[in-house]
Design a protein. Sequence first.
Length: 109
Amino acid sequence: MSIRIRPRPATSPTWPGTDDHLSHPDWCARGHACGLGEHRAQPVTLRVPGRGVVVLTRVLAADGSQHAEIRTRISLAPGDISARAHLMRIVTEFDAALRRVVRPQRRTP
């Protein structure tokens, strides 16, 4: 698996006539979404060459809430029956992973 973080541009691109007067979180990539009321970090890409890609982006929404946007692309097994079985495994694994990561963290003394 390889991990790639896109470098922040030397200058902050903005959509014409947008948000230069707004304050940005230090992690904001300062793209066109800032003018739409949200801030987005540079995406982090996890890649298994030839098999799959996961792209994670930190987002600060207009209402002040934060979330992680996660997009994924996974190559399916060849053939319809195998692809369906593979999809079921993917859904099962994502369901288990989602339940683990949304669970409140345990505090250690």
